[in-house]
Design a protein around this ligand. Structure first.
Ligand code: ZN
Length: 282
């Protein structure tokens, strides 16, 4: 099993005993910076697979989930996919795009999965649970059948969206989806080989105690391999880049309801875990 976390800024391998600090356990072979791991991902996986690197001097230790930050804290590129679930496309009333609908979330919006998120003055801030993919190898003109082998792992993400700005900006979604804290991801990275069916995972979003979204990633119009094929046909994907892969039905915009101060958004994906965002008054 390979689960990698960003524990208070340090790359950590998660074991049954707890978190093992990668830089210390590897005697400095790998840096503490989680983002740097993706540049040497295959070498890192090889090291992790050698066996238990914990020792009496450098043991694995228990940790608090709320100390986990984004497993990819500073991606060079962050992509989002629009209208990638048929039931969500239908609830928006939009026609299905003829090509993959790609937008960007600017990388400064990326945070860990247990943060307070500042709402926007006079804004309609909405939730979108999404499977998030982190790249482990450069991918340029990669075919769908070889796409998963370029992925470092997956985690849970929320594509927070301020709908007024999203739709007022001439079809350019980027700014409305990139306020600080609008890209939480976590709780940790799970390598694809750990998931029995990486293309069919249940995902849910709850606001407070109410289930708002409940779907399966098999409901994607463009599954992960096709997303990577379509993006990489144009843009080289770099190690550590992040893709938010789209959201199923049940967003606030379709319900006429947006997030309020004090709301808690909990998103979960089967085989990965859960992240929790607390919404704060602007
Ligand atoms: Zn989205």
């Amino acid at each position: 099993m390979t689960r990698i976390a960003n524990l208070l800024g340090r790359a950590s391998l998660l074991t049954d005993e707890g978190a093992l600090d990668v830089e210390r356990a590897s005697d400095g072979r790998f840096a503490a910076d989680p983002q740097a791991l993706y540049e040497r991902w295959e070498e890192f996986l090889g090291w992790a697979a050698e066996g238990n690197h914990a020792s009496p001097e450098i043991p694995a230790f228990e940790f608090s989930e709320t100390d986990l930050l984004s497993p990819a804290p500073r991606p060079t590129q962050v992509f989002g996919i629009g209208l990638n679930y048929k039931d969500h496309a239908e609830e928006t009333g939009a026609k299905l795009p003829e090509k993959l609908a790609v937008f960007t979330k600017y990388p400064t919006c990326i945070t860990g999965g247990f943060e307070e998120v500042l709402l926007v003055e006079d804004g309609d801030v909405d939730w979108e649970v999404e499977l998030v993919v982190v790249m482990g190898r450069r991918a340029h003109k990669v075919a769908d059948w070889e796409a998963w082998s370029h992925v470092a792992g997956v985690c849970v993400g929320i594509d927070f969206s301020e709908r007024k700005l999203q739709y007022a900006a001439g079809g350019q979604f980027g700014l409305g989806k990139s306020y600080p804290g609008f890209g939480p991801m976590g709780p940790w990275l799970v390598t694809p080989d750990e998931l029995t069916s990486p293309d069919d995972l249940a995902l849910t979003c709850m606001v407070n105690d109410e289930v708002m979204q409940s779907g399966r990633t098999s409901g994607m119009i463009y599954p992960v391999p096709r997303i990577i094929e379509e993006i990489s046909a144009v843009v080289p994907l770099l190690p550590g880049d992040v893709i938010f892969t789209g959201t199923p039905a049940g967003v606030g915009r379709a319900r006429g309801r947006y997030l309020q101060p004090g709301d808690t958004v909990t998103c979960s994906i089967e085989g990965i875990g859960s992240i929790v965002s607390e919404m704060i008054a602007p």
